[in-house]
Design a protein. Structure first.
Length: 387
């Protein structure tokens, strides 16, 4: 049943996709303004919008083009007397107006912008909720953008999500390049979760290779949360490109959050046959045995690029959240576990050495220790702060 569910084709639906986007409000005019106070966050999406209903929604199908808009955090809206639903208010914008509004917000925030790319099994509602939570948690004062690709939001649709993610790479890398080349952009804090890392990493590499001056160091603070990426691929082909000596000197760095209790990545590990960057399983049994003989945890991580050792800056930092993992899947500790939330928020703010980490036998790997016995932190309040 599991295999059958995973290979079930996507249902096109009973309505032609062109009909969904035919209404004029799906294609706003350049002068159309969106209330930025009511909808403070920005989004870019390759999801198919449904403009046939009173409230525009974003479906799980691929769209004909990228669309831009603004949204607010989750709100309770009364649909029927005495019955409310949790929803995300959103409005589409013309691309020129969207970029103009974003530029104005960035100038007011010293050129800093947060870009969030979600992972597998997400809907526009869940990614919007997470984007708003990240902003609150980190106290980020600049504009925040979520890039929403057509994840199916379903447990048994991993192959579809993986396919759509690769399909969308061209769209995302063009958007990232345009964002990086804006004169007002001084720092992009780029956060990805899970499968989103496979969209982000090659796109950063593409931008690095194609910007006019050959350097996109404005993409400086890259945070990969529970990355569903082949560890050896990251080490061999990716780290050397993205974390070159010159870019590290210009403040480029990558922070990875990993956990051996991540059930989602454990399954991905089994499906793909090799360890994932966010799941520190030892593929080499001799390496595991050597660690055990030294009385060290049997966990294996991506190695730090050797050529950056001469640079007085850390290029790659791995934070192991195994001991503070929470939730059924352990795949979203950065938004559910108080110690992980605090560390993640500090990294988003630009802190290279947040308090609470413990060193390991590897200079670039740190662990978050378990919560001391007797202490019961309010994980929900700490991670969500206020809504």
């Amino acid at each position: 049943m599991l295999v059958a569910g995973c290979v079930t084709p996507v249902d096109y639906g009973k309505i032609p996709h062109s009909d969904y986007v035919a209404p004029a409000r799906c294609n706003p005019a350049p002068a159309t303004q969106v209330d930025g106070n009511d909808k403070p966050f920005f989004f870019v999406t390759s999801r198919l919008p449904n403009c046939l209903t009173d409230n525009i929604s974003l479906l799980n199908h691929r769209a004909d083009k990228l669309r831009y808009g603004r949204f607010a955090g989750p709100r309770d809206v009364e649909r029927k007397p005495g019955k409310t639903v949790r929803t995300i208010p959103l409005a589409l914008s013309h691309s020129e107006q969207w970029w103009s509004n974003l530029t104005s917000r960035m100038k007011a925030a010293d050129g800093r912008v947060l870009l969030y790319v979600h992972g597998y099994r997400e809907t526009f509602f869940s990614t919007s909720r997470d984007t708003a939570q990240i902003v609150r948690l980190a106290g980020f004062t600049g504009p925040a953008i979520q890039y929403s690709w057509p994840s199916q939001g379903a447990l048994l649709k991993y192959p579809v999500d993986e396919t759509n993610m690769y399909w969308d790479e061209r769209n995302f890398r063009k958007f990232l390049m345009q964002l990086a080349q804006l004169p007002s952009t001084k720092e992009i804090v780029l956060v990805s979760h899970s499968l989103g890392a496979r969209l982000v990493i090659p796109s950063v590499e593409y931008v690095d290779e194609n910007v006019s001056d050959g350097d996109a160091s404005v993409i400086s603070n890259i945070i990969l949360v529970s990355p569903d990426v082949d560890t050896q691929d990251f080490e061999r082909d990716i780290a050397e490109e993205i974390l070159s000596d010159r870019r590290v000197r210009n403040d480029r760095r990558i922070t990875v959050y990993a956990s051996l209790k991540d059930r989602a990545l454990s399954l991905s590990d089994s499906v793909h046959g090799y360890p994932r960057l966010g799941y520190p399983r030892c593929f080499n049994p001799f390496e595991a045995a050597d660690l055990k003989a030294k009385n060290l945890p049997e966990r294996c991580y991506a190695v730090h690029p050797q050529y950056t050792q001469a640079v007085d800056k850390t290029a790659l930092t791995i934070v192991d959240t195994t001991a503070v993992s929470r939730g059924r899947s352990g795949h979203s500790n950065y938004l559910k576990s108080a110690p992980a939330c605090k560390d993640f928020a500090a990294v988003v703010r630009g802190n290279r050495h947040p308090e609470g980490r413990q060193s390991t036998h590897l200079d670039h790997v740190f662990v978050l220790p378990p919560v001391p016995k007797g202490e019961k932190p309010d994980h929900l309040a700490i991670c969500r702060r206020t809504e």
